[in-house]
Write a protein that binds this ligand. Structure first.
Ligand SMILES: *[C@@H]1O[C@H](CO)[C@@H](O)[C@H](O)[C@H]1NC(C)=O
Ligand SMILES: *[C@@H]1O[C@H](CO)[C@@H](O)[C@H](O)[C@H]1NC(C)=O
Length: 354
């Protein structure tokens, strides 16, 4: 009897899931970008790998997170802004036929403190060239006013020269998602890149409604993934009664949440409306979980060790890097050298690097 009842529960859940999937398909407009679950599961692994602090393993794509769905990734440039504790990479995923750019989230000692600060962030910078668009200065500068941007643009230019006009996918988690957003917009508006896809995980709000409208016009292929009660997407706060003065997310949110009973739990991926602030998505629940912030699709999105901006590098890799006056480090690979060659060169300590 007991078993029979469980079967009924399972059957009910499946029906429920099918109903939801059906409804989701109908909601998608003809030429609106379609949310791709498979791609989300791949990109979240890139957003996770960029947190790794062993630069040799990351550069050679042999780290513990450089596996699974990202196997075969060809790193082109790994950029570490030591001064501002930022990290990003550019490379090519042949299976996606795309250049992938990933930004690391905050590496501060206490993620709790970082999050608490987010409550008070002001819209304190006019987005250049747009009279009504306001953004958060700190997030803007992390991308626009550090070593990161200059190095990335150079690497992307190198990559498109070598691989042709492939797609460009930009990703990041938390503050890395905020930087990824500014990067995608920069590429679209200032560098004429047409085929950009942006997918971020648990990112905070970065600008006001005027900025969000401008953003979604220029980077339409954007999915902003949120998870259950993750509190970062709720910050800095959105004030419903002050639409012109408040932070406002750009679309399109995809909210991950669980349904089910006991051990029968399923994750629903709810594709939200085009407002950016769909009240039936993550805004329908309280943002009160740090744990939900640190894991998306079961993938860990944080540094493997907590603590400051630690990097680990062995001397063999020094041939591939250059340190600038600000103490920033850029490791780059000649695209004509295969990753296998790169690996064996580094392991044998050869100096025939580009
Ligand atoms: C989703 O993305 C994957 C990986 O890029 C791709 O193989 C697949 O064809 C895509 N699916 C759709 C429906 O576009
Ligand atoms: C960029 O950084 C420099 C040096 O840190 C600073 O003086 C300048 O005001 C910053 N510019 C912007 C737009 O944040």
């Amino acid at each position: 009897m007991e078993r029979f009842r469980w079967l009924k529960v399972v059957a009910f859940l499946w029906l429920f899931l099918f109903a939801l999937c059906g409804a989701r398909e109908i909601r998608v407009k003809d030429n609106a970008p379609v949310y791709n679950h498979t791609l989300a599961k791949i990109l979240v692994e890139y957003a996770s790998a960029v947190y790794m602090s062993d630069l040799t393993e990351l550069f050679t794509w042999t780290c513990s997170r450089c596996n699974d769905l990202t196997k075969g990734f060809e790193m082109l440039e790994l950029i570490v802004d030591i001064q501002h504790c930022l990290q990003a990479f550019v490379g090519v995923a042949k299976d996606l036929n795309a250049i992938v750019i990933a930004f690391r989230g905050t590496q501060e000692n206490s993620i709790q403190n970082w999050i608490e600060d987010l409550f008070w962030k002001q819209l304190d910078l006019n987005y250049p060239g747009l009279p009504d668009a306001m953004v958060h200065h700190g997030f803007y500068s992390a991308y626009h006013n550090t070593t990161i941007r200059h190095c990335l643009l150079k690497a992307i230019k190198k990559a498109t020269k070598f691989y042709g006009n492939v797609n460009i996918m930009v990703t990041g988690h938390s503050m890395g998602g905020a930087m990824a957003s500014f990067c995608a917009l920069d590429l679209a508006v200032n560098h004429g890149v047409k085929n950009i896809q942006l997918m971020t995980f648990g990112q905070p709000r970065i600008g006001n409604a005027a900025f969000a409208a401008y953003f979604s016009e220029h980077v339409p292929n954007t999915f902003r993934i949120t998870h259950e009660h993750d509190l970062v997407p709720h910050l800095p706060p959105y004030y419903y009664y002050f639409p012109q003065k408040t932070y406002h997310h750009f679309p399109r949110e995809v909210w991950l949440y669980n349904i089910g009973l006991g051990s029968l739990v399923y994750t629903i991926e709810r594709v939200c409306d085009s407002s950016g602030e769909d009240p039936s998505c993550s805004r329908s629940v309280a943002g009160n979980s740090v744990a939900d912030h640190l894991s998306y699709f079961g993938v860990e999105l944080a540094a493997e060790t907590s603590g400051s901006c630690r990097i680990v590098m062995d001397s063999l890799i020094a041939n591939y890097g250059a340190v600038d006056l600000g103490g920033n480090l850029v490791l780059s690979r000649d695209p004509a050298t295969s990753m296998l060659e790169l690996n064996s060169q580094i392991r044998s300590g050869s100096t025939s690097a580009s």
